[in-house]
Ligand binder design. Structure first.
Ligand SMILES: CC(C)(COP(=O)(O)OP(=O)(O)OC[C@H]1O[C@@H](n2cnc3c(N)ncnc32)[C@H](O)[C@@H]1OP(=O)(O)O)[C@@H](O)C(=O)NCCC(=O)NCCS
Length: 169
Protein backbone atom coordinates (compact mmCIF):
# COMPACT_ATOMS: atom_id res chain seq x y z
CA UNK A 1 0.00 0.00 0.00
CA UNK A 2 1.29 3.49 -0.90
CA UNK A 3 1.83 5.66 2.16
CA UNK A 4 1.80 9.45 2.13
CA UNK A 5 5.20 11.22 2.34
CA UNK A 6 5.40 13.44 5.43
CA UNK A 7 5.35 17.15 4.52
CA UNK A 8 8.74 18.90 4.66
CA UNK A 9 7.18 22.35 5.06
CA UNK A 10 8.29 24.23 8.18
CA UNK A 11 5.13 25.97 9.29
CA UNK A 12 5.00 28.98 11.61
CA UNK A 13 1.63 30.06 13.07
CA UNK A 14 1.42 33.71 14.16
CA UNK A 15 -1.17 36.39 14.91
CA UNK A 16 -2.23 38.07 11.64
CA UNK A 17 -1.40 41.75 11.09
CA UNK A 18 -2.37 44.38 8.53
CA UNK A 19 0.56 43.17 6.40
CA UNK A 20 -1.24 39.85 5.88
CA UNK A 21 -4.50 41.38 4.64
CA UNK A 22 -3.82 41.23 0.88
CA UNK A 23 -2.85 37.56 1.01
CA UNK A 24 -5.75 36.59 3.28
CA UNK A 25 -8.28 38.34 1.05
CA UNK A 26 -6.79 36.75 -2.11
CA UNK A 27 -6.89 33.26 -0.58
CA UNK A 28 -10.44 33.84 0.69
CA UNK A 29 -11.54 34.70 -2.85
CA UNK A 30 -10.20 31.52 -4.39
CA UNK A 31 -11.51 29.38 -1.53
CA UNK A 32 -15.18 30.34 -1.11
CA UNK A 33 -18.20 31.07 -3.32
CA UNK A 34 -19.32 33.78 -0.86
CA UNK A 35 -15.99 35.15 0.36
CA UNK A 36 -15.54 37.48 3.30
CA UNK A 37 -14.77 41.04 2.26
CA UNK A 38 -11.58 42.89 3.15
CA UNK A 39 -13.67 44.86 5.66
CA UNK A 40 -14.64 41.61 7.41
CA UNK A 41 -10.97 40.72 7.86
CA UNK A 42 -10.23 44.24 9.10
CA UNK A 43 -13.02 43.91 11.66
CA UNK A 44 -11.63 40.60 12.88
CA UNK A 45 -8.14 42.12 13.11
CA UNK A 46 -8.97 45.38 14.83
CA UNK A 47 -12.64 45.61 15.79
CA UNK A 48 -13.64 42.42 17.57
CA UNK A 49 -12.59 41.97 21.17
CA UNK A 50 -13.58 38.27 21.02
CA UNK A 51 -11.90 37.63 17.66
CA UNK A 52 -8.63 35.90 16.83
CA UNK A 53 -6.96 35.67 13.43
CA UNK A 54 -3.77 33.69 12.85
CA UNK A 55 -1.73 32.95 9.75
CA UNK A 56 0.39 29.98 8.78
CA UNK A 57 3.59 30.80 6.87
CA UNK A 58 6.58 28.84 5.80
CA UNK A 59 9.52 29.57 8.08
CA UNK A 60 11.28 32.56 6.43
CA UNK A 61 15.07 32.78 6.00
CA UNK A 62 17.12 35.61 7.53
CA UNK A 63 14.19 37.36 9.16
CA UNK A 64 12.15 37.51 5.91
CA UNK A 65 8.48 36.61 5.98
CA UNK A 66 7.99 33.12 4.60
CA UNK A 67 5.47 32.02 1.97
CA UNK A 68 1.86 32.55 3.02
CA UNK A 69 0.12 29.19 3.54
CA UNK A 70 -3.24 29.87 5.19
CA UNK A 71 -5.25 31.45 7.98
CA UNK A 72 -7.78 30.68 10.66
CA UNK A 73 -10.28 32.97 12.37
CA UNK A 74 -12.13 32.23 15.60
CA UNK A 75 -14.05 33.85 18.41
CA UNK A 76 -13.61 32.97 22.06
CA UNK A 77 -16.89 33.81 23.79
CA UNK A 78 -16.62 32.74 27.42
CA UNK A 79 -16.77 28.92 27.43
CA UNK A 80 -17.30 28.72 23.68
CA UNK A 81 -14.70 28.63 20.93
CA UNK A 82 -16.35 29.43 17.60
CA UNK A 83 -14.37 28.56 14.49
CA UNK A 84 -15.34 31.22 11.97
CA UNK A 85 -13.08 30.79 8.96
CA UNK A 86 -10.25 28.60 7.72
CA UNK A 87 -8.43 28.33 4.41
CA UNK A 88 -5.20 26.82 3.14
CA UNK A 89 -3.51 27.85 -0.14
CA UNK A 90 -4.52 25.41 -2.90
CA UNK A 91 -0.88 24.54 -3.75
CA UNK A 92 -0.17 23.28 -0.21
CA UNK A 93 -3.41 21.51 0.69
CA UNK A 94 -3.35 17.91 1.97
CA UNK A 95 -0.10 18.52 3.86
CA UNK A 96 -1.60 18.87 7.31
CA UNK A 97 -1.62 22.69 7.47
CA UNK A 98 -5.40 22.98 8.01
CA UNK A 99 -5.15 20.43 10.82
CA UNK A 100 -2.22 22.32 12.36
CA UNK A 101 -4.19 25.58 12.32
CA UNK A 102 -7.26 23.99 13.95
CA UNK A 103 -5.19 22.19 16.58
CA UNK A 104 -3.40 25.45 17.37
CA UNK A 105 -6.70 27.23 17.94
CA UNK A 106 -8.14 24.36 20.01
CA UNK A 107 -5.12 24.61 22.29
CA UNK A 108 -5.49 28.38 22.44
CA UNK A 109 -9.20 28.08 23.28
CA UNK A 110 -8.51 25.55 26.02
CA UNK A 111 -5.89 27.92 27.48
CA UNK A 112 -8.60 30.62 27.57
CA UNK A 113 -10.92 28.23 29.49
CA UNK A 114 -13.20 27.41 26.56
CA UNK A 115 -14.90 24.06 27.12
CA UNK A 116 -16.35 23.43 23.66
CA UNK A 117 -15.62 24.28 20.05
CA UNK A 118 -18.36 24.87 17.47
CA UNK A 119 -18.59 25.55 13.76
CA UNK A 120 -20.80 25.16 10.72
CA UNK A 121 -19.77 23.88 7.34
CA UNK A 122 -21.43 23.49 3.94
CA UNK A 123 -22.95 20.05 3.48
CA UNK A 124 -20.93 19.63 0.24
CA UNK A 125 -17.60 20.50 1.91
CA UNK A 126 -16.37 16.97 2.48
CA UNK A 127 -12.73 18.08 2.85
CA UNK A 128 -13.49 20.28 5.86
CA UNK A 129 -15.92 17.77 7.40
CA UNK A 130 -13.26 15.03 7.17
CA UNK A 131 -10.65 17.31 8.70
CA UNK A 132 -12.88 18.19 11.67
CA UNK A 133 -14.19 14.65 12.18
CA UNK A 134 -10.59 13.39 12.31
CA UNK A 135 -10.09 15.84 15.19
CA UNK A 136 -13.09 14.21 16.98
CA UNK A 137 -15.72 16.84 16.13
CA UNK A 138 -19.26 15.40 16.00
CA UNK A 139 -22.33 16.47 14.05
CA UNK A 140 -25.04 17.81 16.33
CA UNK A 141 -27.49 19.42 13.93
CA UNK A 142 -28.27 20.84 10.55
CA UNK A 143 -29.37 24.32 9.46
CA UNK A 144 -31.61 23.99 6.43
CA UNK A 145 -30.65 26.23 3.48
CA UNK A 146 -28.24 28.15 5.71
CA UNK A 147 -25.83 28.99 2.87
CA UNK A 148 -26.42 30.85 -0.41
CA UNK A 149 -24.63 30.76 -3.77
CA UNK A 150 -25.41 27.91 -4.03
CA UNK A 151 -28.14 27.37 -1.45
CA UNK A 152 -27.05 24.59 0.84
CA UNK A 153 -27.58 23.17 4.31
CA UNK A 154 -25.14 23.94 7.10
CA UNK A 155 -23.80 21.00 9.09
CA UNK A 156 -23.21 21.90 12.74
CA UNK A 157 -20.11 20.38 14.29
CA UNK A 158 -19.03 20.37 17.93
CA UNK A 159 -16.08 19.21 20.00
CA UNK A 160 -16.94 18.93 23.69
CA UNK A 161 -15.23 18.75 26.05
CA UNK A 162 -12.22 20.56 24.67
CA UNK A 163 -9.74 17.92 25.70
CA UNK A 164 -6.09 18.63 26.19
CA UNK A 165 -4.54 18.69 22.71
CA UNK A 166 -1.04 17.20 22.65
CA UNK A 167 1.71 17.69 20.11
CA UNK A 168 2.49 20.19 17.37
CA UNK A 169 0.18 22.81 15.99
C1 LIG B 1 -10.60 22.41 4.11
C2 LIG B 1 -9.14 22.84 4.04
C3 LIG B 1 -8.91 23.98 5.03
C4 LIG B 1 -8.25 21.64 4.44
O1 LIG B 1 -6.91 22.09 4.59
P1 LIG B 1 -5.69 21.08 4.38
O2 LIG B 1 -4.46 21.75 4.85
O3 LIG B 1 -5.67 20.59 2.99
O4 LIG B 1 -6.12 19.89 5.36
P2 LIG B 1 -5.19 18.72 5.96
O5 LIG B 1 -4.03 18.47 5.04
O6 LIG B 1 -4.89 19.06 7.37
O7 LIG B 1 -6.21 17.51 5.88
C5 LIG B 1 -6.58 16.74 7.02
C6 LIG B 1 -7.59 15.70 6.61
O8 LIG B 1 -8.78 16.32 6.12
C7 LIG B 1 -9.34 15.54 5.06
N1 LIG B 1 -9.25 16.25 3.79
C8 LIG B 1 -8.56 17.37 3.49
N2 LIG B 1 -8.75 17.72 2.19
C9 LIG B 1 -9.58 16.80 1.67
C10 LIG B 1 -10.14 16.61 0.40
N3 LIG B 1 -9.88 17.47 -0.63
N4 LIG B 1 -10.99 15.57 0.21
C11 LIG B 1 -11.26 14.71 1.20
N5 LIG B 1 -10.74 14.82 2.45
C12 LIG B 1 -9.91 15.85 2.68
C13 LIG B 1 -8.47 14.29 4.98
O9 LIG B 1 -9.03 13.36 5.90
C14 LIG B 1 -7.13 14.82 5.45
O10 LIG B 1 -6.27 13.83 5.92
P3 LIG B 1 -5.36 13.02 4.84
O11 LIG B 1 -4.74 14.03 3.92
O12 LIG B 1 -4.36 12.30 5.70
O13 LIG B 1 -6.31 12.11 4.12
C15 LIG B 1 -8.73 23.26 2.59
O14 LIG B 1 -9.14 22.27 1.69
C16 LIG B 1 -9.35 24.59 2.16
O15 LIG B 1 -8.77 25.65 2.39
N6 LIG B 1 -10.54 24.51 1.53
C17 LIG B 1 -11.24 25.72 1.05
C18 LIG B 1 -11.78 26.54 2.22
C19 LIG B 1 -12.65 25.71 3.17
O16 LIG B 1 -13.44 24.87 2.77
N7 LIG B 1 -12.48 25.98 4.49
C20 LIG B 1 -13.22 25.30 5.53
C21 LIG B 1 -14.50 26.01 5.82
S1 LIG B 1 -15.39 25.21 7.17
Amino acid sequence: MKTKEPSTLKVVIQPATGMDLDEMVALEQVSFSTPWSRASFETELWGNQFGGLFTARENGEDGHRGRFLGYICFWTVFEELRLMNLAVAPSVRRQGIGTRLVRFVLKYGASQSATRALLEVRSSNVAAQNLYERLAFHRYGIRKAYYTNPEEDGILLRLEPLVKIEGEG
